[in-house]
Each structure stands twice: as structure tokens, then as C-alpha cells.
Design a protein around this ligand. Structure first.
Ligand SMILES: [Zn+2]
Length: 432
């Protein structure tokens, strides 16, 4: 524990807790103030952004408002991934001293990102702020299911004070191993991808493990389907709260029980929602583009997150003024693409399949332009009528534009350490 970290944490958290309550105008001013620091820094010290702005004939001093930012060309994950570190990171920062994260995308090739210790700390605190809003008790213990084999064992200083204690559990282990750790550590809060939580819940239910019972469940996945939410909430008798974030942007948005939407973490990120390159209107879907205002080592400026969300029509009612997202629709490669190019949200397919009785698990993939292949693991009660109903519902969703091929299988393998995607398309992703 170092005293500067202590002081910094205190000030950061105090600011983070106060910011959502500031007026929309003050929040915007704060974003622009941070932006006016980040852009000149990136231009001066990061070769990629210097050439990006030069090519668009933009000088750093031209970007003073959120409107000005829209003139900066977008950056994709593939663009950053293909650059050497020296091109995309700030020359003035020692990368050895930074925290790094690896994010894999649709291609499976990871992008390594770097954060200064201060930015990494702020990233953690922004998550803590969102948990606080959702009523997570700071003295509770959280089991965080993570997709890495090696879990972090190093504790933050506040954990030694009994605050925000967190133990990581690798999803590479199976449910039996998770249960052993949960029994040893007895956390009150479970946090993880939706499918991990579902696998755990199924294991708990099948084996009647009544002692495995969290008080709160926090999910993150970029796609929380209603049936899984209902299943987890009814099994464990607590409400589930969904979060939206990424390695590049940290906590991007979190569900607000009062507002029926997700508050955007507007003091740490500028989140744009673009529909065909234009700002999405309230109620419209669009692709997420982020500018991480605390990405000093490796800036993310107008970075395409490859997720689709719905902009909310509503204003916040809880007193916080961070704007709202209505729904997280999923990753681009979760979208099924019709012949005319129309992209269908994966949620539509959940609505089509889940009400039909007799299904234990399912997965579908659009492996060629004209076909949707559906795998179904049945329960004992799956009847031919149910199969017909699924086919009919799916044909309706795709408007008979794709052939629907249903295969009944014994099991669907859930790859360990990875997010499970029930709906997947080879044609929905970026550049498809
Ligand atoms: Zn709210």
C-alpha cells in the first residue's frame, strides 16, 4: 500500500461518485475538458493518431467539443491490432510500468492494450462506482468468473480494509471446481458472463446445492437474454444486474433499476451510437464507438467496439444525469444477416426458441448466406410438434429468407474460458 495510491483513490472515487449527479451541461463540459487533454497528447506522442489526424487535416486544437470529435475518422480493432506497439502507444510512457490486457475479437486474434497504473486504477474505480449504484455492499465478497486461466491473486489496498474484496475464478475450470472455491470463500456476490452463471446455476440445480446461493448476481456479456435472466433470478431469489464494458473502455454502462436502462459512464468515456455513420436517434439501434477519456498509454479515440445497442428514448428518473442506453443488442457477429443485408438482433432468436418446451440448450449459426443451422439439446419432453414450432418461429423471424436446418444433438460444447454465443453469424461481424 502506497500513500499516493491511497490519496488518488480517495479523490478519484469521490469525483466518480459525484459526477453522475452533475447537470447534463456540467457532464458535457467535463467530457470536453478531458477530451482537450487527450487529443493533443495522442497527437503529440502516438504516431498512429498523429497520422490519422494529419490525414483528415485536423489539428488537435480543432477538437474542443463533442461535435468536433465526430470529424475524427473511426479506428477499428483490426487497425490497432496490426500496428506495432510503438505506433499505437505514447512514446512518453514506459509500457513495462503499465497494466496490459488482451482482448480477442471475432477473428480470435487478440489486441493487447496498455493502461497506466493511474488509468487502470480509475478503470477499477469506475466499475466499483457502478456496483455501488446497484446496491452492492462494499463489505461484501465478490466471486468474479474470468476467462483467463491465470487468475489474479494480488489484492488492492482497499481489500485489506475489507472493502470490495474480490476473488477471481477461472472459467477454464469446471462447475465442480467453481463450487469448491465458492464453498471455501463464501462470496455474497457472483459476477460473470451470462453463460458461466447459467452453467453454474444448472449444476447447482441438478445437484441440489442449496448452500451455493448468492445475494446478488452481476452479469456482463453484451447480451443478456430474458429467459436466462428469469432462470437465474428465480433459482437464486435475487435480482440480476447487467453491466456493459470492455477491456478497451472499462465500464461503459450499467443497468439502473429505477431508470429501466443502462447509464453510460459519461465521465470516463464518450460513447457514440452510430447508425449508418450518423448519430442514432432515440429508440434506434446503432454501433458503439468509444473514446476512452482515461487511456493515456494507448489511446482509444473513436474506436469501434463492434457492439450494437439501442439508444434510449427516456431521460433518467433516478436523479443521475448520465444518459441511458435502452438495450445491449449484442456483438455485431451475433447478428444474423438476411440476403438484402438486413441484420437481425440475436434477441429475436431467443424470443423464437425459448418459449417452446422441451429444450435444454440450443445454439444457431449462420454458416452460409442462405442457411441458419440450429442445434438443439432436448429434454425428455421434446416432441415433433415442438420442433415444428421452433422451425415455424424461426422462419417467421428470418422472413423465409434463409433455410432453417434443425439438428437434435446430445450436447453442445461450451468452450471454456470463452463467451458462449447462442446466436452467431459468419456474416454479421465487422467488414462482412
Ligand atoms: Zn438511473
Amino acid at each position: 500500500m502506497t500513500s499516493w495510491t491511497d490519496v488518488l483513490t480517495h479523490f478519484c472515487l469521490a469525483g466518480l461518485l459525484a459526477n453522475p449527479w452533475r447537470s447534463p451541461r456540467a457532464i458535457r463540459k467535463l467530457q470536453e475538458k478531458k477530451l482537450m487533454r487527450l487529443i493533443p497528447h495522442a497527437y503529440r506522442h502516438v504516431p498512429y493518431y498523429r497520422s490519422l489526424l494529419d490525414s483528415a487535416r485536423i489539428k488537435p486544437q480543432d477538437i474542443r467539443t463533442l461535435g468536433d470529435l465526430e470529424n475524427v475518422p473511426l479506428t477499428t480493432k483490426a487497425q490497432l491490432r496490426d500496428l506495432p506497439d510503438a505506433e499505437k502507444t505514447a512514446r512518453t510512457i514506459d509500457l513495462v510500468q503499465c497494466q496490459s490486457f488482451s482482448t480477442s475479437g471475432a477473428t480470435g486474434i487478440p489486441l493487447r492494450s496498455f493502461f497506466t497504473r493511474q488509468d487502470a486504477l480509475l478503470k477499477n474505480l469506475a466499475w466499483i462506482r457502478s456496483f455501488t449504484h446497484c446496491g452492492v455492499n462494499p463489505f461484501s465478497r465478490t466471486a468474479a468468473f474470468v476467462g483467463r486461466r491465470d487468475v489474479k491473486t494480488r489484492r488492492s489496498w482497499y481489500e485489506y480494509l475489507g472493502l470490495w474484496r474480490r476473488q477471481e475464478i477461472s472459467t477454464w475450470e469446471g462447475p465442480e471446481s467453481w463450487v469448491r472455491t465458492l464453498r471455501q470463500w463464501r462470496p455474497q456476490v457472483y459476477q460473470g458472463y451470462v453463460m458461466t452463471l447459467r452453467l453454474l446455476a444448472e449444476h447447482v440445480q441438478e445437484n441440489d446445492l442449496r448452500d451455493i446461493r448468492p445475494r446478488q448476481v452481476l452479469s456482463s456479456s453484451a447480451l443478456l437474454d430474458s429467459p436466462t435472466r428469469r432462470y437465474l433470478e428465480s433459482l437464486w431469489g435475487c435480482s440480476l444486474i447487467d453491466f456493459y464494458g470492455s477491456d478497451e473502455g472499462g465500464c461503459l454502462a450499467w443497468e439502473c433499476p429505477a431508470c429501466k436502462g443502462y447509464h453510460i459512464s459519461s465521465d470516463t468515456v464518450i460513447l457514440e451510437i452510430l447508425n449508418n455513420g450518423k448519430r442514432a436517434r432515440p429508440g434506434e439501434d446503432g454501433e458503439v464507438v468509444i473514446t476512452n477519456l482515461h487511456s493515456w498509454a494507448m489511446p482509444f479515440i473513436r474506436y469501434k467496439q463492434d457492439d450494437v445497442v439501442t439508444r434510449s428514448c427516456r431521460e433518467p428518473v433516478c436523479g443521475r444525469h448520465f444518459p441511458l442506453l435502452e438495450k445491449i443488442q449484442g456483438r455485431l457477429d451475433d447478428f444474423i444477416v438476411l440476403k438484402n443485408g438486413k441484420k437481425l438482433s440475436p434477441h429475436l432468436f431467443y424470443y423464437a426458441v425459448d418459449p417452446v418446451p422441451g429444450i435444454r440448450r440450443w445454439r444457431m449459426i449462420q454458416d452460409c448466406r442462405h442457411r441458419l443451422k440450429v442445434e438443439i439439446v432436448p429434454t425428455d419432453s421434446l416432441s415433433p410438434t415442438s420442433l415444428k414450432a421452433i422451425e415455424r418461429n424461426l422462419r417467421q423471424v428470418v422472413n423465409n429468407d434463409l433455410t432453417v436446418e434443425i439438428v437434435v444433438v446430445d450436447a453442445i460444447h461450451v468452450e471454456r474460458g470463452k463467451k458462449f454465443r447462442a446466436v452467431n453469424s459468419k456474416f454479421g461481424g465487422p467488414g462482412s
